[in-house]
Design a protein around this ligand. Sequence first.
Ligand code: ASP
Length: 342
Amino acid sequence: MVDTWQHRHILSLSNFTPTDYDTVIRTAVSFRDVLSRRTKKVPTLQGRVVTNLFFEPSTRTRSSFELAAKRLSADVLNFAPGSSSLTKGETILDTAKTYLAMGADLMVIRHKAAGVPHVIATELDRLQSGVGVLNAGDGQHEHPSQALLDLFTLCQVLNPDHPHIDSLQGKKIALVGDIIHSRVARSNLWSLTACGAEVHLAGPGTLLPPGFAQAFQRSPVDPPGLTRRIVQHATLEPALVDADFVMTLRLQQERMTQHLLPSLREYHQQFGLTHDRLKICKPEVKVLHPAPVNRGIELSSALMDDPARSLIAQQVASGIAVRMSLLYLIGTRGRDAVLLDE
Ligand code: ASP
């Protein structure tokens, strides 16, 4: 299954091919089966050490990586910056090297600055450590595991028994809101377009500048026949017309350095999702949000809590199988691996 897997680290989806997405989804399906059993654990990473280095707050991603690593029988170390030697002036690289000296095999890294996981991965490679780094969100740059769990969620909705990336071909997916500050949007742009979906971006001009999509039209690893389809809109309606899925993004107020919106109420009026607004989408349209949600701003509470429309809980659930699959793929790179049982 993993013969074609080349990645030592997962830092960005810009270097993922359709084959990589297919591998992740097929591996996640195997782990979904494991998670449906009474004993939800496999010995795949027994004896390996997974370190969660979260320099920025997180609820879902940190817990999800921790549970995924434990389901694979790894030993897990959780690092909390507030109570660490960072408060005594230790550098981030020295923190990483400390965990390396303890025998870490995999490092899951989140930081508010773009590029930190990349810098750590480069240093670990320079030291020929063999440690794999997974980017769990770096500033506004990327959040690969979030986009991959979104992809798995979509594939499961479209084909519950045999989730497969081909089911995304030709689907219209609206990506709405604070695109410019969103690492989730950037990673999703790479993954959704590589799998054949047509992505329609919509947001106010301050959060979606003209020409934003240009950077995502082509990746050096794209196979010759791949055409990435992205359309930008300054208003919500054209993005919603006939959409199969709508993914709305949190207003990243912690990353806004100036006033970019007249008011939250006006933002909700123009770009907030409600049942009424979705009437112009496909009748079976579903809504995604990476969470945490600002209730009543990105989407109405009624929509968020509507199980017929909202995939938010499924996104969280998909995260475990997808992160198991990423830890497995990076942690074993196909070598002496026990995917399911001994
Ligand atoms: N949890 C996601 C992230 O870390 C989305 C968000 O915070 O809005 O990027």
